[in-house]
Design a protein around this ligand. Structure first.
Ligand SMILES: [Zn+2]
Length: 445
C-alpha cells in the first residue's frame, strides 16, 4: 500500500473537537487514509517536506454549478438581480452540449483544487443537447477530486408560468427516471467513497410540488441526499408567499425537504423560526457569500444559524454568479460578511476555516472527511505562507483567511497528490484554459 509522510509542518490544524493545532507535526498517510498524526514519525514511502507550511483538512465546497465557468462575466448578466440574471443566461446555456459540460467542469474543478478544495458537490440542473451528469463525473475523475454531483432538474418552463425557456425543461417522468439511473450507476455509499450522487430539483420556482415530493421519496428509498436553492433573496420569498401561501422553510418542511439528509443553498432570507426548524431537523445550509454579494441577495444570518446549531458549509456557487471559484477566497468573504452584519467579533478567521473544512464535510454527510485524525480520509491541503500575501503575518493560520487568498502548495485527495508546488499534476492546465476559452468564444459568437 502506498505511503506518504508529510513531515515537519509549521502548524497542523486538525479541526478536531478540541480545535487542536500541532506545531512541528507529521502526518502519515497509508493508502487513502490518515494512519498517524504526531511529531517525529518514522518515514515510510514518499516524504513531502512541509517545513514552514500550514496543513489543514481539504476545503469542502457544498454548492456549485460547474458548467457556469463558461459564462463568467457575461455583459448582460453583470449587474442584474437573480431573476433577470437567469433570463440573460438561460438562452446561452441552452446551446451547451456534452463537451461544454465536461470542459467547463474540468475548469471549475481545477480552480477549486488550486484553492485548497478536496471535496466538492455540484448542482447540474439542465441537460441540453445530450449533456448528462456523466460528463461532469468524468471530469472529476480526471482531476482527482472527491465528488458529490447532484442530478438537478427544471420542469416548469415559460409557457407554464416558470422562469426558464421551454427548451431547457424536462418532463417530470423523464427526470425521475434519469435520477434513478445516475444513483444506481454511480452512487457509492461506502466510507471513503470518491463519488456520491444527490438529487436536486433546481428550486421551488422551477419544478412542481409533486416533483419535489417524489424526489424526496426517491432519495430516501435510495439512501442519497437532497439539495436545492432556498430563500435566496427577497424575490424568492415573495414568490413563495404568493404562489405557495407560505414561507420557503414551511414549503420545504411540508414537502419532506428537511432533515440530516438535506442541504439547501443560500438561505439568505431564513427568519428566526426557519432557523429553529433547520436546527431541530438537522437540515444543512450551503452559504455562498460571494454569490450573495454579486447578486445583491443580502447577508445570510450565518452567525444566528451557527448559534442555533444549524450545520453550515461554504459554497462558491456557480461561476456565473461569483465569477471566481476560489474556496479559500470564499472563506475570507464569509468571515467579512458576518462582520458587516454583526460587528468585528462576529466571526474569527479560525471559525471561518472550520466552516470551510469540517463544516462542509458535515453538511455533505461525510464523517470520514473534514478532520485530520487517524482513520479519517487523507484529504489534506498544504499551504506555504512564504508568499507575498502573508509576508509579515504574525499568525500564519489566521493569515490564511485574513490575508489575500493564496493558492494551495500541495493538495492530497484520498492519499493521492492532485496539486504539487502550486501546479495541478493531473491535467495540463494551459491546454484546458485554451480549450475553455475557445468554447466561450464560440458561444459568444
Ligand atoms: Zn446556485
Amino acid at each position: 500500500m502506498q505511503q506518504i509522510l508529510i513531515r515537519g509542518a509549521e502548524r497542523l490544524v486538525t479541526m478536531n473537537d478540541a480545535g487542536e493545532e500541532i506545531a512541528g507535526a507529521d502526518v502519515l498517510i497509508r493508502g487513502g487514509v490518515i494512519a498517524a498524526v504526531g511529531q517525529g514519525l518514522a518515514a515510510a514511502g514518499e516524504v513531502i517536506e512541509a517545513k514552514g507550511c500550514i496543513v489543514t483538512p481539504g476545503l469542502v465546497n457544498t454548492h456549485h454549478h460547474l458548467y457556469q465557468t463558461l459564462t463568467r462575466a457575461v455583459p448582460g448578466g453583470q449587474d442584474a438581480l437573480l431573476f433577470g440574471w437567469l433570463r440573460t443566461l438561460y438562452p446561452i446555456w441552452a446551446r451547451f452540449g456534452p463537451e461544454e459540460m465536461r470542459v467547463s467542469a474540468l475548469v471549475g474543478l481545477a480552480e477549486l483544487a488550486l484553492s485548497g478544495c478536496t471535496l466538492t458537490s455540484d448542482h447540474l440542473y439542465l441537460f441540453p443537447n445530450g449533456a448528462r451528469l456523466d460528463d461532469t463525473i468524468e471530469a472529476a475523475a480526471e482531476i482527482g477530486l472527491r465528488f458529490h454531483p447532484t442530478r438537478g432538474a427544471m420542469s416548469i418552463g415559460e409557457s407554464a408560468g416558470g422562469l426558464p425557456p421551454d427548451s431547457l425543461v424536462e418532463g417530470e417522468a423523464a427526470i425521475l427516471k434519469d435520477m434513478e439511473r445516475v444513483v444506481d450507476r454511480f452512487h457509492d455509499p461506502r466510507p471513503g467513497a470518491m463519488l456520491r450522487v444527490g438529487l436536486a430539483p433546481c428550486s421551488p420556482f422551477s419544478v412542481s410540488r409533486a416533483l419535489m415530493r417524489e424526489t424526496a421519496a426517491l432519495a430516501r428509498d435510495k439512501g442519497v441526499m437532497l439539495h436545492t436553492h432556498l430563500a435566496e433573496n427577497a424575490e424568492d420569498v415573495a414568490y413563495s408567499l404568493e404562489r405557495f401561501g407560505c414561507r420557503p422553510g414551511q414549503y420545504a418542511e411540508d414537502l419532506g425537504w428537511t432533515g440530516p439528509d438535506v442541504w439547501h443553498a443560500h438561505c439568505v432570507r431564513l427568519d428566526p423560526r426557519e432557523i429553529g426548524l433547520f436546527a431541530r431537523s438537522r437540515t444543512g445550509v450551503a452559504h455562498c457569500p460571494c454569490s450573495n454579494c454579486r447578486l445583491g441577495s443580502g447577508i445570510a444570518p450565518v452567525r444566528a444559524m451557527r448559534d442555533a446549531g444549524v450545520r453550515v458549509g461554504l459554497g462558491v456557487d456557480g461561476s456565473a454568479s461569483n465569477d471566481g471559484g476560489s474556496l479559500i477566497g470564499e472563506t475570507r468573504q464569509a468571515m467579512l460578511l458576518q462582520r458587516v452584519r454583526n460587528g468585528a467579533g462576529a466571526m474569527s478567521a479560525r471559525e471561518a476555516l472550520a466552516i470551510a473544512t469540517r463544516g462542509g464535510a458535515e453538511v455533505l454527510g461525510r464523517d470520514d472527511c473534514g478532520v485530520i485524525a487517524p482513520g479519517r480520509r487523507a484529504d489534506l491541503a498544504i499551504w506555504d505562507p512564504g508568499g507575498i500575501e502573508a509576508a509579515g503575518a504574525w499568525d500564519p493560520v489566521a493569515a490564511l483567511v485574513l490575508c489575500a487568498p493564496p493558492r494551495v502548495r500541495d493538495l492530497i485527495v484520498e492519499g493521492r497528490p492532485v496539486v504539487r508546488g502550486g501546479r495541478l499534476v493531473t491535467i495540463d492546465l494551459a491546454r484546458l484554459i485554451e480549450r475553455q476559452n475557445s468554447l466561450a468564444r464560440r458561444l459568444a459568437g
